[in-house]
Design a protein around this ligand. Structure first.
Ligand SMILES: Nc1nc2c(c(=O)[nH]1)N[C@H]1C(S)=C(S)[C@@H](COP(=O)(O)O)O[C@H]1N2
Ligand SMILES: [Mo]
Length: 322
């Protein structure tokens, strides 16, 4: 695959203005919208060749959608990574200097073999694989992203979680020297997320180390980020330095900030509106020509992964447990 230049495209001209500003206002962030036209974009990279014999199984597993992947330059220039600023174009500029090697991940809590491992050791022996997932942001836009990485379950299994490990908590690096966004006391840093253990062990739940067959760019959460395709994007925590097995539901950053708007579960659900906007539809970032967004499409329950994950929530009232 050829290397392409990564365009830094501030989005504020094209993002759904109400949603964009509402979420930033909640953070008390400074709105400084710049209006730049989209630069001329190259054609989308073709999706990587698929192995015909595994396709039916993969379709059923949800491991790869056949929808057109979002362009590399859009995936890497339209980002949410508030540690580097709240404009969509901030992370691709400010995160370039994030030092991703050496990188250690501390694993602790309810497990037989806790420890702090260098990233290579954490992933050693686990075959990297590709997943082409939809990503649906709570703000109402979505992408299709060809990730490279490993199933989270394969990594967690090494630490031998005990029967008391009911949840898994994740923490992002919080280094003010490298992350200019930390000086804004918006989120209560460090960024934290969590999953129930069965969600964490689900075959769709993924740790990404790359995209489009290349190492993960910093703005996308290098060197290691979570990807939970049936949940709103904010659950997919970036640049992970800590994983804890815990007995009780862990506190998470967005939920702490505004619990009525951002639930712990945050499964994509068109029937549960965000208090300030509808979640029934989304705008796919499927750039064609110089248009970043395609027309609105319906949002699917569990982001279209219901067949794979709905059983995790049987008997739960998903309006209560949003
Ligand atoms: N540490 C950290 N992780 C984060 C975020 C963040 O601000 N900080 N933003 C989240 C949100 S809201 C979304 S939609 C996705 C965006 O991922 P992408 O920029 O790779 O598309 O990352 C999630 N993970
Ligand atoms: Mo998001």
């Amino acid at each position: 695959m050829s290397l392409r230049s990564v365009l830094a495209v501030p989005d504020s001209a094209v993002t759904d203005e109400t949603v964009y500003h509402a979420r930033r206002r909640l953070l008390g962030a400074f709105a400084g919208a710049s209006l730049l036209p989209l630069a001329g974009c190259a054609e989308a990279e073709p999706p990587p060749p698929s192995n015909a014999t595994v396709m039916p199984a993969q379709a059923k597993s949800g491991f790869r959608t056949d929808e057109t992947p979002t362009r590399y330059e859009d995936i890497t220039s339209y980002n949410n990574f508030y540690e580097f600023g709240t404009d969509k174009g901030d992370p691709s500029k400010a995160a370039k200097t994030l030092k991703t090697s050496p990188w250690n991940v501390a694993v602790s809590g309810e497990c037989a073999k806790p420890g702090t491992l260098a990233l290579d050791d954490l992933l050693r022996g686990i075959t990297p694989t590709e997943r082409i997932y939809r990503l649906r942001c709570v703000e109402g836009w979505s992408m299709v992203i060809p990730w490279l990485g490993v199933p989270l379950a394969d990594v967690l299994g090494r630490f031998e979680p005990t029967s008391k490990a009911k949840y898994v908590a994740f923490t992002t690096l919080a280094d003010p020297a490298q992350m200019p966004g930390l000086r804004f006391r918006s989120i209560d840093w460090p960024y934290r997320e969590g999953l129930r253990i069965d969600e964490a062990m689900h075959p769709l739940t993924f740790l990404a180390t790359g995209l489009y067959g290349k190492p993960l760019p910093q703005q996308n959460g290098a060197p290691l980020r979570l990807v939970v395709p049936w949940k709103y994007g904010f659950k997919s925590i970036k640049s992970i330095v800590e994983i804890r097995f815990v007995e009780r539901m862990p506190a998470t950053a967005w939920n702490q900030l505004q619990p009525s708007e951002y639930g712990f579960y945050s499964n994509v659900n068109p029937d549960v509106d965000h208090p300030r906007w509808s979640q029934k539809t989304e705008r796919r970032i499927a750039g064609t020509g110089n248009r970043l967004f395609a027309d609105r499409i319906p949002t699917l329950p569990f982001n279209g992964y219901g067949e794979q994950v709905a059983a995790l929530y049987s008997g739960m009232d998903l309006r209560k447990w949003y």
